[in-house]
Design a protein around this ligand. Structure first.
Ligand code: IDP
Ligand code: MG
Length: 141
């Protein structure tokens, strides 16, 4: 019952897709355990995506992720890490399965609308990057 981190990226917030994305999370039976709206600084975005430093798309990715407000979410429920990744679809919207969030709303491999942690270790680190312990609902609630 581990939590995972979800992000509604700046293009999706700008296009007013937050409600439709949250609706999919709720309909899938996943649980929102934390949520906030914020705008990343360059430093935060570079740190969050440090694993991609040096890749050709890194600079553009940081520009994109700092281009406007985002919504960060702690998503819980059974199999949340894998199930949130399934709801999102693969990185490139053009290759994502029908009815996934990225396929429906993504406009390019970069502007793919949402983020999700890729494994347990990443999920722990990424939730901790944005949320203090007292900002995440405990599992009993
Ligand atoms: P993921 O978000 O599906 O886990 P990652 O490979 O971790 O994909 O890449 C992080 C983010 O960087 C992607 O969500 C996307 O916004 C961007 N990105 C990944 N690959 C490319 C690319 O080849 N060109 C441009 N942007 C990319
Ligand atoms: Mg990733």
């Amino acid at each position: 019952m581990a939590n995972t981190l979800g992000i509604v990226k700046p293009d999706a917030v700008r296009r007013k897709l937050v409600g439709r994305i949250v609706e999919r999370i709720e309909r899938a039976g996943l649980i929102l355990r934390g949520m906030k709206v914020m705008k990343l600084t360059r430093e935060q975005a570079e740190k969050f995506y440090a694993v991609h430093e040096g890749k050709p798309f890194f600079k553009s990715l940081v520009e994109y992720m700092t281009s406007g407000p985002i919504v960060v979410m702690v998503i819980g429920g059974h199999g949340s890490i894998e199930r949130w990744r399934e709801l999102m679809g693969v990185t490139d919207p053009a290759k994502a399965k029908y009815n996934t969030i990225r396929r429906e709303f993504g406009t390019s491999i970069e502007k793919n609308v949402v983020h999700g942690s890729d494994c347990l270790e990443t999920a722990r680190r990424e939730v901790g990057f944005f949320f203090r312990e007292d900002e995440v609902l405990p599992k009993e609630i």
